[in-house]
Design a protein around this ligand. Structure first.
Ligand code: CA
Length: 252
């Protein structure tokens, strides 16, 4: 019987990564960082919290590591040998196969422009060095909780003119052309579109799209919104800023 069970398990496959598909598994974190002591610190703390950890020390090997290990989330340092983290982020977001991989960037203190650039490139969050491992693990969990698969329960589409969101397949199209959104952008657009004409306060938008992450700053929300507006191009003005109140999605 044991044998049959193990065969069946194998036959049914390929467990999906993370909590996707309802299969509970250890979530895998890819750490791209060249400083050995930070690697160790991250590896130790993530393992303590039950994550499995894969390490990569070079920017130019990061994309390959993603393809090989299929992580649930990536922690990406910006200053890396080979190519910088921003380039890694750009290549991952450019490919439909890896565009949805959540990325938390590690930046050095004072690299404000890098943080903004990283968020614009589609990173989901950033942590400034030196960081507390506890805080970083909390961010990892917050970002994983936001991941799209967990909150889609039924086949549903949101439409507004040429803009269509397929909530089940997690695809967005504009005039039938697919557009690549990051997880966070997807969640923001979904929160806005599903409200109709109702104004969504910034606080509500943060809690719905980003989880109850106390570390989310207004600036972060603005950057995600700006990136989202850019991606939906001609439909960008559907996302209206209601000064002092929040945001509204214009359906007509
Ligand atoms: Ca580094």
């Amino acid at each position: 019987l044991k044998l049959i069970e193990s065969l069946r398990e194998r036959g049914e496959g390929k467990p999906k990564t993370g909590a996707k598909g309802g299969i509970s598994m250890t979530e895998k974190i890819l750490v791209v960082e060249d400083e050995p002591h930070i690697q160790e610190l991250l590896e130790y703390n993530l393992r303590q919290d039950g994550f499995s950890v894969v390490l990569c020390s070079r920017g130019d090997q990061a994309v390959e590591a993603v393809q090989k290990h299929k992580p649930d989330l990536m922690i990406l340092d910006l200053m890396l040998p080979g190519i910088p983290g921003t380039d890694v982020c750009r290549s991952l977001k450019a490919s439909p196969l890896t565009a949805e991989l959540p990325i938390i960037m590690l930046t050095a203190r004072g690299e404000e422009s890098d943080k903004i650039l990283g968020l614009e490139l589609g990173a989901d969050d950033y942590v400034t060095k030196p960081f507390s491992p506890r805080e970083l693990v909390a961010r990892v969990k917050a970002v994983l909780r936001r991941s799209p698969v967990s909150d889609v329960t039924h086949d549903e589409k949101l439409r507004s003119g040429p803009l269509v969101m397929d909530l089940k397949s997690h695809k967005v199209s504009l005039d039938k052309e697919p557009i690549q959104l990051t997880l966070t952008e997807f969640r923001i657009l979904k929160a806005l579109m599903s409200r109709g004409q109702e104004v969504l306060s910034r606080q509500k938008l943060v809690s719905e799209a980003l989880g109850n992450d106390v570390n989310v700053t207004d600036r972060t929300v603005d950057v995600h919104l700006a990136a989202l507006r850019k991606k939906i191009g001609p439909e960008a003005d559907r996302i209206e800023t209601v000064r002092g109140v929040g945001y509204r999605f214009r359906n007509t």
